[in-house]
Each structure stands twice: as C-alpha cells, then as structure tokens.
Design a protein around this ligand. Structure first.
Ligand SMILES: CC(C)(COP(=O)(O)OP(=O)(O)OC[C@H]1O[C@@H](n2cnc3c(N)ncnc32)[C@H](O)[C@@H]1OP(=O)(O)O)[C@@H](O)C(=O)NCCC(=O)NCCS
Length: 257
C-alpha cells in the first residue's frame, strides 16, 4: 500500500532509516539544510510517499521524497529550461517560492529508496508510478526528476552525455534507473551538469571516504558519478555531480517547454 507521509508520519520516519545507498559525502551538499527545520525535523510530508507490503502494513519498504516548485517561464510564457543545478536547483526554487509566495505548479522527485532487502523486485517502478499519481492528485501539471543514475559511479570518467546516450537494442536507455522512468513515460530532457555540489575541507572528505586526499587533481571516489577535484594547498576538495533531467508530462495542457 502506498501512503502519503502526511497521513502516516511514523511510516515516513521509519523509512528514513533505510534510505541508505547514497554516498556519505552527499551529506555535504549545503542545500540539504533547507529541507530541515531548525529543530532537525523535516517538513514536506504531504510530498513524500511510503510503501508497505500487503502482509505487513506497519513496516515501510520504500520511500519517495518530492518537493514542489513553480516552473520558471520566459517572457513569451513558454517554460524556461529546468535548472542546471538539478537537485540543488529544485530546493533553491522551492525555497525562493516559499519566501516570495509563488504557487507551485510542478512536483520534483528528490529521491526514491527501496529497502535494501527488497531491491531488485521491481518496486522502483511502483514508486515512480505512485509519484506520478500523487502529483496528479495534488493538481500538479508535471513531475520532473533530477535523476541520479547510481550505476554511473562505475564510470566516473565518462561524460554524462555519453553515458545517457547509450541505449539497448529495444531502444530503451542502457541505464536501469533511466529505463524505469522511460517505461512509465518519462522523457529525458537534458543534463543538470551541476546537480549537487559538495565542497569541504580534506579532513571531512577523509571521514566520508577513508581515502587519503593527499594529491592535487581529479580523484575517483566510490559512489561519485564524476571525479572529485582535490586542492591540498588550499585544504579543500570539490565534487560537482551531473544528473539527468527526466520529465513526466501529466496533463495535455502543458506541452510548451
Ligand atoms: C535505485 C533503486 C531505487 C532501484 O530500485 P530497485 O527496486 O532495486 O529496482 P527494480 O527492481 O525496480 O529494478 C529496476 C531496473 O534496474 C535494474 N537493476 C536493479 N538493480 C540493478 C543493479 N545493481 N545493476 C544493474 N541493474 C539493476 C533491474 O534489472 C531493472 O531493470 P529492467 O527491469 O529494465 O531490467 C534502489 O536500488 C535504491 O533504493 N538505491 C539506493 C537509493 C538510490 O540510489 N536511489 C536512486 C537515486 S534517487
């Protein structure tokens, strides 16, 4: 059963515990701070979904987290491009809209996580489908996804454009996570070249990765989709993560981007 986080908040709290699978260094993305209240609790429960299995309604097995924003428009009224800073841009636009009172019209998927013991059982598609339904139910005209393809981490030196251009003989994307979206009608509409940026002192990077971070220049880091740039002289390293923009059109009235 799929339930909005606002209806059963305890399931949402429980599901955050298994929302693992993201590399530790992503905690260093400063935009994460905007998703927490000063007391550490989180908001936006109505834009989150949890899933339970039919035989156990008390233990969540999947989580989807979303955030609304208002699509930016050009002077002629057509949609402006989605932000180059992908995930960060969604949080930035959402924060701006709340500060200045803009009504959101678009829902963005920030993360999907499946309980580690249940991965590989096609639950991802169920959650993407549920996010589409929830967006429609809340009156949004589209669901956009700054998609983080986790398997890209196996090839951090390949440009994202080359990675996403790969297709299977049936025409679907070679990347499995993109494939889930494509099957459900999600269209790849671009790359977010700087979807998340993590800049931190080298000691922090050593804690996150257990790597030495003692040589200047680009370095491969497990879980990173691109190379991390290390600057020992100035005692910092910076990671700029590319993601892929996917767009699910939910109503016929918005095809003007
Ligand atoms: C990414 C994630 C959501 C996928 O969920 P899942 O339940 O494991 O995926 P599914 O069983 O629905 O499989 C979806 C597709 O991925 C493929 N797949 C799943 N795990 C895979 C792996 N380790 N390697 C290659 N392909 C894989 C499946 O074969 C399927 O593709 P196909 O049906 O076209 O052949 C899940 O692994 C997860 O929670 N990861 C941690 C959080 C994360 O990285 N989320 C994504 C970014 S927001």
């Amino acid at each position: 059963m799929i339930t909005p986080g606002s209806e059963r908040p305890h399931l949402l709290d429980d599901s955050r515990r298994f929302a693992s699978g993201f590399p530790d260094f992503l905690q260093g993305d400063p935009y994460r701070d905007f998703l927490r209240k000063p007391d550490g609790s989180r908001d936006f429960a109505e834009y989150a979904l949890t899933a339970t299995l039919p035989d156990d309604d008390e233990h969540p097995v999947a989580l989807a987290a979303m955030l609304p924003f208002r699509m930016r428009r050009r002077e002629d009224g057509t949609c402006a491009p989605l932000p180059d800073d992908g995930w960060d841009g969604v949080v930035r636009w959402n924060t701006y809209d709340r500060l200045y009172g803009y009504t959101p019209d678009t829902l963005a998927a920030l993360a999907v996580a499946i309980h580690p013991e249940l991965r590989g059982h096609n639950l991802a598609a169920t959650m993407v489908s549920a996010m589409r339904d929830r967006a429609r139910e809340l009156g949004f005209t589209s669901l956009v996804v700054p998609l983080r393809p986790p398997l890209k981490a196996q090839e951090p030196r390949i440009p994202m454009a080359s990675y996403i251009a790969r297709t299977r003989p049936d025409g679907l994307p070679a990347d499995p996570w993109m494939r889930v979206h494509a099957r459900l009608g999600g269209q790849t509409v671009g790359i977010a070249p700087a979807a998340m940026v993590v800049t931190a002192r080298l000691d922090r990077w050593r804690e996150w990765t257990e790597l030495p971070f003692d040589t200047a220049g680009p370095v491969e880091v497990p879980g990173a989709l691109s190379l991390v740039q290390v600057n020992p002289d100035e005692d910092y390293a910076v990671y700029v993560e590319p993601n892929v923009w996917i767009r699910h059109v939910l109503s016929t009235s918005e095809g003007n981007s």
